[in-house]
Design a binder for this molecule. Structure first.
Ligand code: PGA
Length: 254
């Protein structure tokens, strides 16, 4: 079944104490506002994951990681593997965020490995795709997204693919305050669903959650989430404050 999901990608923000406070606030607000039909995920930096999974225990709040190694164990100094994340009860992990593609030169081959590592460990990958401004201006957004998805994911068996979450994040909208319009988001989400249908069939394409990311906030969440192919959001800046994050979550149609 297609799930509504709102995930907060904290990126490299917050001290441990601030992070602890924010997880507790999100959890309390979810309880207070009886958020039950939307899967809410906090995605803090690695060192805070154990604190977050401890605090989330017994509540519907889920915890995700921002990255994972493409290896499972061994001499890879500074890396964190999928089995390690699973042993800390992490439920989700972002793969292929545009900041990682850009600053850490992550390529499709490594992203495909990361996805496999996560699926083997029982963690749901949130796979990010999206075009930059130059490609959007040339009208090549579909070509870019199709290539990103097919290169990293289309080797997966249907059963494995059906466990993925996709996030469409146009690079020009990330952290810029310039979100995609609801029409642009719907158009790209419908396109993504169509290419998934072409490869894996209607059953899988209709049931996969596709999130929008890029300057999504309390003001625009509702108009973005009301589109039939937008199943929620991957939220950066607006997830760093619990009240604002709650407003984004409440943008999901009842
Ligand atoms: P933003 O980031 O909401 O701050 O634009 C979104 C993301 O990078 O996932």
């Amino acid at each position: 079944m297609r799930k509504n999901i709102v995930a907060g990608n904290w990126k490299m923000n917050k001290t441990f104490q601030q992070a602890e406070e924010l997880v507790a606030e999100v959890k309390d607000l979810m309880e207070e506002h009886e958020i039950k039909h939307t899967e809410v995920i906090v995605i803090p930096p690695f060192p805070y994951l154990e604190m977050a999974t401890d605090l989330a225990q017994g509540s519907p709040l889920k915890v995700g990681a921002q990255n994972v190694s493409d290896h499972d164990y061994g001499a890879y100094t500074g890396e964190i593997s999928a089995p390690m994340l699973a042993s800390m009860e992490v439920n989700y992990c972002i793969v292929g965020h545009s900041e990682r593609r850009k600053y850490f030169r992550e390529k499709s081959k490594a992203l495909a490995e990361k996805v496999k590592q996560l699926l083997n460990a029982g963690i749901t990958p949130i796979f990010c795709c999206g075009e930059d401004l130059e490609k959007r201006e040339k009208g090549q957004q579909e070509k870019v997204v199709e290539r990103q998805i097919s290169k990293a994911l289309f080797e997966l068996e249907p059963d494995d693919f059906s466990r993925m979450v996709i996030a469409y994040e146009p690079v020009w909208a990330i952290g810029t305050g310039k979100n995609a319009t609801p029409e642009q988001a719907q158009e790209m989400h419908a396109f993504i669903r169509k290419i998934i249908e072409g490869k894996y069939g209607k059953d899988i394409s209709e049931n996969i959650s596709i999130l929008y990311g890029g300057s999504c906030n309390a003001k625009n969440a509702k108009s973005l989430f009301k589109n039939p192919d937008v199943d929620g959001g991957l939220i950066g800046g607006a997830s760093l404050n619990a009240e604002e994050f709650l407003k984004v979550i409440r943008g999901i149609p009842a």
